[in-house]
Design a binder for this molecule. Structure first.
Ligand SMILES: [Zn+2]
Length: 204
């Protein structure tokens, strides 16, 4: 799933605060937006491994939630929302596609790394790949509760996330074809210096 879908999912979850402590909803939703994007910052490292912790983020989120309930404050609520959203992201990745450069071909058995069990979780492909039409539809649906709850800059941020989702969905497949052509034109010495993950699918 797209990083934006993850952000919107976490924000929708954080919207639950509106039922119990609405004064904390803006901070919870903002922190959840950041926490939803955060794991994908490992895109150029060991993607879906370095910053993805389906088990540990979840444990941390439960602990942080307990602290936030006992001592509600901007800091504790923000931490609980951030961790909760990062946990949701890491778990949700198991329901998307694999790690391959063309995930619509469904050739990879790696969705997200489980550090606790020291193994890769296989992709369920309910959302076939990041940037699939159903991914954009999910992002749209997840945006609705936050749009209803928020105003001002937070609402603008949701519209920006939606716009990025739509553009990404439109360019997702063409982007790979362009990269493919680009890699074809590169001299072998340059290709050798690129991380294998970016070139192996293209160069065979
Ligand atoms: Zn991810």
């Amino acid at each position: 799933m797209m990083a934006t879908t993850h952000a919107l999912a976490g924000m929708a979850l954080a919207g639950v605060t509106a039922l119990v402590a609405p004064e904390y909803t803006p901070i919870a939703v903002s922190a959840a937006g950041a926490g939803g994007v955060f794991p994908d910052l490992d895109l150029y490292g060991e993607h879906r491994q370095t910053l993805h912790y389906p088990v540990y983020y979840s444990v941390g989120a439960v602990a942080a939630l307990a602290v936030a309930l006992l001592a509600p404050a901007v800091g504790t609520v923000a931490l609980a929302a951030f961790l909760g959203s990062a946990a949701l992201h890491s778990v949700m990745d198991a329901f998307g596609g694999g790690l391959e450069l063309k995930p619509w071909l469904a050739t990879s058995e790696r969705a997200v790394y489980d550090h606790y069990r020291e193994r890769w979780i296989r992709p369920r492909r309910w959302i076939r790949y990041d940037g699939a039409p159903e991914d954009a539809a999910l992002a749209g649906a997840l945006a609705l509760p936050t749009l209803a709850l928020s105003t001002g800059r937070l609402q603008t941020a949701v519209y920006v996330l939606l716009a990025v989702s739509v553009v990404y969905t439109l360019v997702r497949k063409p982007m790979v074809h362009v990269t493919e052509r680009l890699v074809d034109t590169l001299p072998p010495t340059v290709i050798d210096r690129l991380p294998a993950r970016f070139t192996e699918d293209f160069t065979g």
